[in-house]
Design a protein around this ligand. Structure first.
Ligand code: ATP
Length: 462
């Protein structure tokens, strides 16, 4: 079949469809919104759950050497001291002297092609900032007059368990999901008796007081991270690191992202304890290539620090040989995957003299798998269609829709990425068959109702 002509997509197209079709809403919208917070709507939550399940299945359930975890979000204040977050989890912030808009200086420098990152000292970043001050404009007023950059700590405080209102030692919201894994390293060993080496995986919320949350789901103040920490013998990092990098790359291909939209980026500037750090980047429409997932060789830093601060021995004893394991970490924001999946699926194409918008999700990720549509609202068609829909609800995530013309309903299902539409028409009353329309090819096939479940199961698993 001839391919329909594709029309260029922008992130604005995707953001607008996300809201219109119930994927993502701005957080607290009726109050004017809260920067950096987003709500997933009825279809968004289905898509997010499908991405999460795919990650969990491939990373935890299908692996014998990985253990799942779901740790409490609130943690003892000492955790963030031991991890270095209270002193070092900061981004360089500068303020526009004209309108007080805040910018994140390392990202602004990167945007004009200057190599910089948040790990640089205040001196280093200010030197680069000074050298390039003519090139960086305020996003709000357009002036090029900023304060010096200073490090701004991104941890968000809570008053958890503090009834004094005097502000005792703060319990922070988690700045990253992985700390819960280190805290339970010993528990997993004592309860599960894993063979070495092994990994622990968890999906958990993270909160960061981002200086300028922007680019939709890409940079939020509240987001979910899917993390793995793989524990290895000291200095056995090289081969395993490569293996993990390749596994993560393959996971994105299996998820349905196209390989030409992915690329590797190696960090030039490492934190003092790290041995190596690579990102998998995705080429988002409008935004271009940016970090999707980080894969880090963290040495024995994390367990050594938590042993020191907690006084609990977190070494591993392998046949009498005691050592503090090194850690290889993978960490990705589910929102960034969600945005990559939406970006990849979003297709605008010319069909005759009409423009068709269709989300070409991989079938396993589609929020709704099958739509049941009576050709008309008349009871003689609507009733049996509903019956069919009810009989399939248990098997597939389905929708029933009887409003407006069949053509409009097909387009609506295209826009939310439903792989199959099942239409019940007047002939169905006679021949006990229905028409199944394929989202991508728009081809229609007549299928016997008694064979429909098997037909859809085969097609959806293909
Ligand atoms: P960036 O340089 O973009 O700020 P980072 O290097 O600080 O990211 P990590 O601390 O390595 O990010 O976090 C691991 C992953 O968590 C990132 O690869 C990204 O997918 C996700 N992530 C980090 N910060 C955010 C955020 N503010 N909003 C959404 N996802 C995020």
């Amino acid at each position: 079949m001839e391919e329909n002509k594709k029309i260029e997509k922008t992130m604005d197209d995707i953001i607008s469809l996300s809201k219109r079709k119930g994927f993502v809403y701005q957080g607290s919208e009726i109050y004017g919104g809260l920067a950096g917070a987003f709500d997933f709507g009825p279809l968004g939550v289905e898509l997010l759950n499908n991405i999460r399940s795919f990650w969990w299945k491939e990373v935890v359930q299908k692996r014998e050497d990985y253990y799942g975890l779901d740790s409490a979000m609130f943690k003892h204040p000492k955790v963030w001291e031991a991890s270095g977050h209270t002193s070092g989890f900061s981004d360089p912030l500068a303020e526009c002297r004209n309108c007080n808009t805040r910018i994140r200086v390392d990202k602004e420098l990167m945007n004009i092609g200057v190599v910089a990152d948040e790990k640089m000292s205040e001196e280093e970043i200010n030197k680069l900032f000074e050298e390039n001050k003519d090139k960086i404009k305020c996003h709000n007023c357009g002036k090029k007059d900023f304060s010096r950059a200073r490090n701004f700590n991104m941890l968000i405080k809570s008053n958890y368990g503090d009834f004094t209102e005097k502000g005792s030692e703060p319990v922070y919201l988690p700045g990253e999901a992985c700390q819960g894994i280190y805290l339970n390293f010993k528990n997993v060993i004592d309860s599960m008796h894993p063979k070495f080496p092994f990994g622990i995986a968890q999906i958990n919320k993270a909160f960061r007081n981002e200086i300028s949350p922007r680019n939709f789901l890409f940079r939020c103040r509240e987001f979910e991270q899917a993390d793995t920490q793989y524990f290895i013998r000291p200095n056995e990092n090289k081969d395993k690191y490569e293996e993990i990098k390749q596994e993560r790359w393959q996971w994105y291909l299996d998820l349905g992202l196209s390989e030409e939209k992915l690329r590797w980026h190696q960090h030039e500037n490492l934190v003092f304890y790290a041995k190596d750090a690579w990102d998998i980047e995705y080429n988002y429409p409008t935004y271009g290539f940016d970090e999707l997932e980080g894969i880090h060789d963290r040495t024995d830093y994390d367990l050594t620090q938590h042993s020191k601060f907690s006084g609990v021995d977190l070494s591993f004893n392998e046949d009498g040989n005691k050592f503090v394991p090194w850690i290889l970490e993978t960490s990705v924001g589910l929102g960034r995957i969600f945005l990559a999946v939406l970006s990849e699926a979003y297709t605008k194409e010319q069909v005759g003299d009409e423009t068709r918008v269709v989300l070409k999700f991989p079938k396993k990720l589609a929020p709704i798998k099958v739509a049941f549509l009576p050709l008309s609202k008349k009871d003689e068609l609507a009733e049996p269609t509903k019956e069919l829909f009810n009989s399939m609800k248990d098997k597939f995530v389905c929708q029933y829709d009887e409003t407006q013309s069949i053509g409009k309903r097909y387009r609506r299902q295209d826009e939310i990425g439903t792989p199959y539409c099942v239409t019940f028409d007047f002939d169905s009353l006679e021949d006990n068959s229905v028409t199944v329309r394929d989202r991508d090819t728009m081809e229609q096939e007549r299928i016997k109702i008694e064979e429909l479940e098997d037909y859809l199961t085969t097609k959806l698993n293909n």
